[in-house]
Design a binder for this molecule. Structure first.
Ligand SMILES: Nc1ncnc2c1ncn2[C@@H]1O[C@H](COP(=O)(O)OP(=O)(O)OP(=O)(O)O)[C@@H](O)[C@H]1O
Ligand SMILES: [Mg+2]
Length: 263
């Protein structure tokens, strides 16, 4: 049992982490008007694994993450997180299950009127009911991990894009989610800032047991951190496997075409 209750991650969780399937989508259909983006999609992510979604623009990758964040609702199907229904489910249950999921967006989405520290402590205090002191202690540890200890009192506009994105990563982790959703988190950054953010994510992938579901066009990063890569096209998983298989010996023409365009 861990005694370090303020550790930024549950490296040694007080209660055993879930094993087996952490996320499960069954027969999920999502339409926008008469455009069916996801068509009876089945897929699952096992606890502790790092799964990367790749595929062409418009294939539905972000839609999957938005469904998991409950920013969208499926038209059909079920979504289960850690054995509990996220959809369909009563509102109270949705709020509870949602706490298991953290997300980092392409556009950071920090609160512009709050300091870096407050950006990170706000939700742990208001949603999890942590004391201000405990939330700040955890926030400072997370800021150290993402290399931003000198910036705690700044506002987002005073930071570079890469720094803002590292704050956003710390903010997501402050809620101690079981799964971290990452949607092209480096694609809005200037090229010289990308490596720093990817290094932070590599470090998280290596040093924690957090489950990651990641959409990225950074294929080297995907190859490094992924246990499994899912090739997505037109709302379906057309090929799945370990990165060495998908990147070196893809089976589908569509995967080969896609990779030759992005690699
Ligand atoms: N709110 C919305 N209203 C209408 N159509 C939408 C909406 N959100 C997404 N779509 C459509 O759904 C499809 C899938 O979008 P999604 O954002 O999931 O794609 P993606 O795989 O993330 O693409 P990209 O790689 O460009 O980010 C696209 O055709 C998009 O235009
Ligand atoms: Mg997208």
């Amino acid at each position: 049992m861990s005694t370090d209750t303020h550790a930024p991650f549950d490296k040694k969780p007080e209660s055993p982490r879930s094993t087996g399937e952490l996320i499960r989508l069954e027969q999920v259909t999502k339409r926008f008007g008469n455009h069916t983006v996801l068509d009876h999609l089945d897929f699952s992510v096992d606890a502790g694994k790092h799964v990367t979604l790749i595929g062409p623009s418009g294939s539905g990758k972000t839609t999957i993450l938005r469904l998991l964040m409950t920013l969208l609702k499926p038209d059909e199907g079920t979504i289960t997180v850690d054995g509990e229904r996220l959809f369909p489910a009563p509102e109270k249950q949705v709020r509870e299950v949602r706490k298991k999921i953290g997300m980092v967006f392409q556009q950071f989405n920090l609160f512009p009127n709050m300091t870096v520290l407050r950006n990170i402590t706000e939700a742990p205090v208001t949603v999890l009911g942590l004391s201000k002191d405990a939330a700040e202690e955890r926030a400072r540890e997370l800021l150290e991990m993402v290399g931003l200890t000198d910036h705690v009192d700044k506002h987002p506009a005073q930071l570079s894009g890469g720094q803002q994105q590292r704050v956003a990563i710390a903010r997501a982790l402050a809620m101690r989610p079981q799964v971290l959703l990452l949607d092209e988190v480096t694609s809005a950054l200037d090229p010289e800032l990308v490596a720093g953010v990817l290094d932070v994510l590599r470090d998280i992938a290596r040093s924690t047991d957090i489950t990651m579901l990641c959409v990225t066009h950074e294929m080297n990063f995907a190859r490094d951190i992924s246990d499994q890569v899912l090739m997505f096209d037109s709302g379906r998983v057309i090929e799945a496997g370990p990165p060495e298989k998908i990147f070196s010996e893809p089976e589908h023409d569509r995967t080969r075409e896609f990779l030759s365009a992005v690699l």
